[in-house]
Design a protein. Structure first.
Length: 245
């Protein structure tokens, strides 16, 4: 079996990108894009013009859909290289690999996703003191914990850009794990951060709904988080206001 791998390449961030085409031959129908990239780097090859292919820079770690490091664009759609089966992804015999576009490119298929961690730090998305988990939302919390922080949801989101105050669904995932267990001393500040950096910026297009490589039910988590951080608090505020003499 053969496939034409088209890889958008640049040696450094400021370089003009160029598309390198490689005719890649493989035997196993389950061969992934990640395996192909690793194979090319290990064994070397030439492109369709007969030029030697320099080492392709890309990120990987587990190769098993557990870490999210190998997120990239596959035929224009964000996904994981280790979850991209060449025979299934090929369009007219071609699989095009590009770096994610919402993040600064470092080289080839590597992008700088530091902004995702910085956003979580800005929201203070952690427990400041020990607390007991709410068992009634255990299933939702577990689902949110499967988030890979790969950035695929941000790549497809029409509202997210790295410089904006809207932090996107990856931040909302981490938030949803905390909303039900936060101690009272931390709730007010965190709920305010959630409202500013997610709720008020989300256009509710749900473009991220079917893109998650981990298969997280994003819509259900979104509804639960919005209810906990915004809707119930607004309702409680209006009730208190009406009760005042």
């Amino acid at each position: 079996m053969k496939v034409e791998l088209q890889i958008l390449r640049r040696a450094n961030a400021g370089d003009t990108p160029r598309l390198q085409k490689i005719l890649y031959e493989y035997k196993d129908a389950q061969t992934t894009a990640a395996f192909a990239l690793h194979d090319i780097n290990e064994n070397g090859c030439t492109d369709i013009d007969g030029e030697p292919v320099a080492k392709i820079r890309w990120m990987c770690s587990c190769m098993q859909k557990k870490c999210g490091a190998c997120a990239m664009l596959v035929n224009g759609i964000p996904g994981l290289a280790c979850d991209t089966i060449l025979t299934e992804a090929a369009q007219n015999g071609v699989v095009r690999l590009e770096p994610l576009r919402k993040f600064p490119v470092i080289a080839d298929l590597i992008v700088d996703r530091t902004v995702m961690m910085e956003n979580l730090k800005m929201m203070r998305a952690w427990l400041a003191e020990a607390t007991k988990a709410d068992e009634t939302v255990g299933e939702l919390t577990y689902d949110a914990s499967r988030c890979l922080q790969c950035g695929c949801c941000l790549e497809i989101c029409p509202n997210f850009c790295a410089e904006s105050s809207f932090f996107g669904m990856s931040a909302a995932m981490s938030s949803s794990r905390l909303l039900s267990v936060l101690p009272e001393s931390q709730k007010k500040e965190f709920f305010r951060a959630y409202r500013i950096h997610f709720y008020e910026g989300c256009g509710k297009s749900l473009a991220c709904r079917n893109i998650c490589p981990a298969g997280i039910d994003i819509e259900r988590l979104l509804v639960n988080s919005n209810a906990a951080a915004v809707w119930k608090r607004q309702k409680a505020f209006h009730v208190r206001k009406e009760e005042k003499p």
